[in-house]
Write a protein that binds this ligand. Structure first.
Ligand SMILES: Nc1ncnc2c1ncn2[C@@H]1O[C@H](COP(=O)(O)OP(=O)(O)OP(=O)(O)O)[C@@H](O)[C@H]1O
Length: 563
């Protein structure tokens, strides 16, 4: 209306304007076009700035301002109202609580009635049975490789009831971000119901995680992301020299239980283990098994990741949770010439190695391990096949407190691997490798009770004593010549044929040695190398390593916990 008034004023004032300027004594003459438009503009401005138009402007501003203020007041009243009666909570996609809530939501009956939802096969870090649509045929059998779940779709908002509280749910994607957040508004005044929901969600999630460990890796934005969950590997399935596993587990457990001891003495509450030695000797498997035993999640720090530099490594390490296992595999791999200050470089900087993809320096790594930003409470495991290439600063106590060498399979390990491979399922876990006498009794009873697995269908009913007899023969693989991984690979071809496995082992040994010779000469044909797992001969490397483990003194302990 006001605008119309202004326009009409404009038109009328233009019409009523004296046109003396354009008249001369000889009567009206045609005005040049540019003169006309100039005067039109001038008159327009005059009209707009005239007192009557100004009044209209003011009216316009006041009315507009009033409506805007009213809108803002209404919005603020609405949000105050929401805040008074609703608790609004959001869960970011990259946070573990988002996974808990998604699993919790997928189990709510509300989704059966929803008219719009998203169907997902994502398991949110759980085993596939953790989320499933009701009536799914494979829900209880576990036959399906993937399960389906109803989840809130991003385009809608939903409402559901939880313990007589009304809840609205929506998934929102932040503009300019790849991640989304889940927003819950709960009609409640106290936080009790929110706490109950969070407890429920976490409990549901962790109970299905009981027999699993979570593996985290870092994503492109340098934050930790759940990559996978794996079933816990029982410690008894790792065959090391007697006492080594137990010492590692006890030391880590002792560390975790004695935070105050460290604090009282001003010692940084961190523990580092360096597992080094032959490839395929069980370093990684041992770490995963210990993580399961201690109930810790594993955070993999890949030092050779493209783009990783000192500051991003330090950021990653400081973002680790307090109780966890940080795993640096092949710690020498980030530096092409090995982590060693003495190694020569072209650029003359002894602290920086050839880093075509990773821009990490040794000092950056050392700072990340025990600098001011380093996380307290974490257990670090580092593995390497090239122990001698490591810089002494990296291996010193405080950074790597315990060093354990993993060697090629000993006779004891070979025997144990064979024995465990062919024992009936379930029997192996009750075996104490240090107590051979007990094994005899346990084997008998457990073997009978076993209801599945290969143990039942062993050819010729191989039992423990028969296996001992077979393995004590001269056919047994020689000491420290083959890795446990190679032996395991061989046995995989004889899953239910222990006698044949023992019978054929001599031939396999010969073939492997032949392959190794070819390999050493650099003439191993590709197809041959791919035929069977190659037993890697690291003799040349291991003979340089420090004194190997013995059953009596398996670990070189540079720092020990007394508390
Ligand atoms: N001591 C062992 N006891 C039982 N299984 C073993 C042992 N060592 C190796 N294995 C088996 O061999 C395979 C490879 O083992 P693993 O990856 O732990 O070796 P690794 O020492 O970490 O090798 P790499 O140095 O090449 O990374 C696994 O499947 C594991 O089950």
């Amino acid at each position: 209306m006001a605008l119309q008034e202004v326009l009409s004023t404009l038109v009328s004032s233009t019409e009523s304007m004296p046109n003396a300027t354009f008249k001369n004594s000889e009567g009206p003459a045609p005005r040049p076009h540019h003169e006309g438009s100039q005067s039109d503009l001038k008159s327009l401005l005059l009209t707009l700035l005239s007192f009557s138009a100004l009044q209209d402007w003011i009216k316009l501003i006041i009315i507009g301002g009033f409506f805007e203020a009213a809108r803002r007041v209404a919005m603020s009243l609405y949000s105050q109202l929401l805040n008074t009666f609703f608790i609004t909570v959001s869960f970011e996609e990259d946070d573990p609580s988002y996974d808990w809530m998604m699993v919790w939501l997928s189990k709510q009956k509300t989704w059966n009635k929803a008219r719009q939802y998203q169907v997902s096969t994502k398991s949110f870090g759980l085993d596939n049975l953790a989320i499933a649509i009701p009536g799914d045929d494979d829900e209880h059998t576990g036959n399906s490789s993937r399960k389906l779940a109803y989840l809130p779709s991003t385009s809608s908002s939903y409402s559901l009831w939880y313990k007589r509280h009304w809840i609205t749910v929506s998934r929102q994607r932040t503009v300019g971000s790849f991640t989304e957040s889940l927003v819950l508004s709960i009609f409640a005044r106290s936080h009790t119901v929110l706490n109950e929901i969070l407890r429920d969600a976490k409990q549901q999630y962790t109970s299905s995680q009981e027999h699993k460990i979570s593996i985290y890796i870092c994503d492109k934005s340098n934050s930790w992301r759940l990559a996978a969950t794996r079933p816990k590997r029982p410690l008894h399935s790792i065959v090391l020299e007697p006492g080594v596993k137990e010492l590692l587990v006890d030391d880590a457990r002792d560390f975790l239980d004695n935070k105050s001891w460290y604090v009282d003495r001003g010692i940084p509450f961190r523990r580092g283990y360096l597992l080094y030695g032959a490839p395929g000797s069980g370093k990684t498997s041992t770490i995963h098994s210990i993580a399961g035993e201690l109930g810790l999640d594993v955070y993999i720090i890949s030092l050779s990741r493209a783009g990783l530099d000192d500051s991003s490594l330090s950021e990653l390490v400081s973002d680790l949770p307090e109780r966890c296992i940080a795993l640096m595999e092949d710690i020498d791999a980030a530096f092409h010439h090995g982590i060693n200050r003495e190694a020569k470089t072209n650029v003359g900087d002894t602290n920086r190695r050839d880093f075509s993809s990773s821009r990490l320096s040794l000092s950056g790594l050392l700072n990340a391990l025990d600098g001011v930003g380093a996380q307290e409470g974490r257990i670090l495991y580092a593995t390497t096949n090239k122990y001698l290439n490591l810089d002494p600063a990296l291996c010193r106590p405080g950074r790597m407190d315990i060093h354990v060498e993993f060697r090629l399979a000993s006779k004891f390990q070979t025997y144990e691997l064979f024995r465990r491979f062919y024992l009936p399922s379930g029997a192996a876990e009750d075996i104490d490798v240090n107590d051979e006498d007990e094994d005899e009794d346990e084997k008998g009873s457990d073997g009978e009770g076993s209801d599945s697995g290969y143990g039942e269908s062993l050819d010729g009913d191989a039992n423990d004593s028969e296996m001992s007899l077979l393995m004590s023969s001269s056919d047994r693989p020689p000491e420290r010549e083959f890795s446990m991984a190679a032996l395991q690979g061989y046995l995989m071809g004889y899953k239910i044929r222990p006698f044949e496995a023992v019978r054929d082992i001599l031939g396999w040994l010969e073939a492997e040695k032949e392959k190794q010779k070819l390999h050493q000469r650099g003439a191993a044909p590709k197809s041959l190398a791919q035929l069977a797992p190659v037993a890697l001969d690291t003799k040349s490397e291991t003979h340089q390593l420090p004194t190997p483990l013995t059953p009596t003194s398996p670990i070189r302990r540079d720092h020990c916990i007394d508390g």
